[in-house]
Design a protein around this ligand. Sequence first.
Ligand SMILES: *Cc1c(COP(=O)(O)O)cnc(C)c1O
Length: 372
Amino acid sequence: MEPIKRNVLLNPGPATTTDTVKYAQVVPDICPREKAFAGLMKGLREDLLKVVHAPSDTYTSVLFCGSGTINIDVCINSLVPEGKKILVVNNGAYNSRAVEVCQMYHLPYIDVKSSVFERPDLAVIEKTLQENPDVAVVYCCHHETGTGVLNPIREIGALAHKHGAIFISDTTSTLGMIPLDVVKDNVDFCMASAQKGLMAMSGLSFVIGRKDIIEKSKDYPTRSYYCNLYLQYSFFEKTGEMHFTPPVQTIYATIQALKEYFAEGETAKFARHRRVYEAIRKGVAELGFDTVIDPAIESGLVVSVKYPEDPNWDFEKVHDYCYERGFTIYPGKISTTNTFRLCALGAIDVGDIEDFFKVLDDALKKFGIELK
Ligand SMILES: *Cc1c(COP(=O)(O)O)cnc(C)c1O
């Protein structure tokens, strides 16, 4: 197997992959309607449940062909009953995306907006639920990838359940990295795409959720044809296949990535991401950059770094310098502060981060950028 040029992606996904995952896509052509391929997808769906410790008698996983946002679309348009509301706990760009989906489908929603620099206030959520008994769905992303804030989903899920609502969490940027137990964490529906925590390729996304609720949603208003959760689920249950053409090669890569996930192990992988994050925090501090989020509420997967004051700072130039040397840095997603992000996703380790900071230090010197 010829090694493939290795790039260290410090953007929030797609993440750096292993060569074995890349090569897993090189397979004989196959029609995805073959029984052999349906068998592969069955195993894949079962393995996805294991990643989030979902019991297979009550939870199922449903695959979609698309980037991670397709899951947000699917869950929101499919799981709000007629005449009921969805409450979005919103402290950043990815929760705002859910609000936009509500707007596109003309769904009644409550946008409980709070500071992007902080965790949401549980008392405000509870009060809103008390005042709005017609809320049937509570939504909040686990990790606001735009800032790096980790949200208290277990507590938010408990509030939702206490008030008779279901809880959907967008776990796209934590699943497979931060241990998640859907039952203990009070999550009825979670989601991710293959290219983030699982370190596979883009193009495959999946929703993991409660079968009884999906069955019930059969009678909810249908708001989309391609992106309806019940339709895709029932097709899988009847035929073992995706309703429409699956991303064939991405599925092979994901199966290989899951093998590697289970071989590395949940705890060891979590620890690796954590030490990569610590190395990022250390490098950032040593060079003298400021950051914007209190580490106590960070996911340990994304660090939002403030642009330096020095007029010589030019993100594009620094990005290009790093990119040419195999490292990708990524712009921030905070509208009020200019930031860039360094992320701990992917098949990388502390040595890669140390190498990166040498390159970043060289870039600062070359462009005459002074910090502090
Ligand atoms: C990456 C991500 C998504 C999906 O983004 P796509 O570009 O559609 O893959 C959704 N939610 C969160 C929290 C994410 O980090």
